[in-house]
Design a protein around this ligand. Structure first.
Ligand SMILES: NC(=O)C1=CN([C@@H]2O[C@H](COP(=O)(O)OP(=O)(O)OC[C@H]3O[C@@H](n4cnc5c(N)ncnc54)[C@H](O)[C@@H]3O)[C@@H](O)[C@H]2O)C=CC1
Ligand SMILES: O=C(CO)COP(=O)(O)O
Length: 311
């Protein structure tokens, strides 16, 4: 049994709290608009699970620091995004703020509605701290939630982060009714793009072929349960981005991730053709049809990809 505090009472925070509770752990949820004070909520926790939107992670890390988080507390991050100011992943933000705490990433094909319905699923917990990995694995492993471990936290969270951009593109593809061939081509060609960014940011290649990479890419590109997919689908039907996000009423991280990714790709010269079309589409400078044409009209090239290619 562990004392677990989950930060964030959105769809994913609630599901992660319920999973830990069902396994017999002592669980409390903190949220920014809730009644409890952060310092009190984390004071006795063995494990703090952060499941808030990316836009709040850097500030939350600062608040936790002010709350004097114990250095023995395991910090688990379940957010899938990149910091707009620094391009850091959540685990990097926590690592920079809490150099002595064990940091664990939890990421995989985990659409919260299916998890809440107790459908079988698997995920990855990733850390360089083996004891912390075992502890978090024990807290979450159950008959319906299978937990694999990985030594590559950055790779695990980048898979979950970058696939959100692809899910927007696939939503467009389905919204325009481009067919199964186009969808298969898009998802497959997205993999070298994700790998190129991942390798640049220090991830291990094999992580992207596991649950937190390919697994999450497939789950999120499968259809209507994914909010990022629904962003693309809505754009393909001529809706404005603001309207789509209002209707969703919850976080679609791929929108912010696309902007951060394109800033980074421009600075570092990383070729990301799919993300670039998504970026133009989100900014409203091209139509969904023009985004497709932009991809199809690119120069012809071999399929094999150079992961260190630069523009
Ligand atoms: N819902 C899902 O199926 C899954 C979501 N995730 C990731 O988990 C993260 C949260 O997603 P959801 O819970 O689905 O979103 P949500 O929109 O349902 O909830 C977002 C939560 O973040 C909190 N939050 C937002 N801005 C904040 C700030 N500035 N400071 C403190 N808290 C803030 C909100 O109060 C809310 O509790 C995202 O990064 C998402 O990609 C990961 C796996 C599955
Ligand atoms: O990350 C997720 C599933 O693993 C959730 O995807 P969406 O944020 O697109 O709903």
């Amino acid at each position: 049994m562990a004392r677990v505090t989950v930060l964030g009472s959105g769809a994913w925070g609630t599901a992660l709290a319920r999973l830990a509770l069902t396994n017999g752990n002592q669980v409390q949820i903190w949220s920014r608009r809730g009644p409890s004070d952060l310092a009190t909520a984390v004071a006795d926790a063995d494990i703090v699970v952060s499941a808030i939107s990316m836009k709040g992670v850097a500030a939350l890390a600062g608040q936790l620091q002010a709350a004097n988080l114990k250095s023995s507390t395991i910090l688990v991050t379940a957010t899938k995004g990149l910091d707009p100011e620094t391009t850091r992943t959540p685990s990097k933000i926590f690592r920079d703020t809490f150099p002595d705490n064990p940091i664990v990433v939890l990421s995989g094909p985990n659409l919260s509605k299916e998890i809440e319905a107790q459908l079988p699923a698997a995920t990855v917990v990733a850390s360089t701290d083996v004891d912390a990995l075992t502890r978090v694995q024990q807290v979450y492993a159950s008959e319906t939630f299978r937990i694999y471990t990985s030594p590559d936290p950055v790779g695990a969270e980048l898979g979950g982060t970058l696939k959100n951009v692809v899910a927007i593109a696939v939503g467009v593809c389905d919204g325009l009714k481009l067919g199964s061939n186009a969808k298969a081509a898009l998802i497959t060609r997205a993999i070298p793009e994700m790998l190129r960014v991942g390798v640049h940011m220090g991830a291990q290649i094999e992580t992207f072929y596991g649950l937190s990479g390919l697994g999450d890419l497939l789950a999120t590109c499968d259809g209507t349960l994914s909010r990022n997919y629904r962003v693309g689908y809505g754009l393909a039907h001529g809706k404005k981005l603001d309207q789509i996000l209002d209707e969703l009423g919850s976080t679609a991280e791929g929108v912010n991730t696309t902007h951060v990714l394109i800033d980074m790709a421009n600075r570092e010269g990383i070729p990301v053709p799919i993300a670039r079309q998504v970026h133009r589409l989100l900014r409203g400078v091209i139509t969904p049809q023009e985004a497709v044409e932009g991809l199809m009209e690119r120069e012809l090239k071999p399929e094999a990809c150079d992961l260190n290619a630069r523009n």
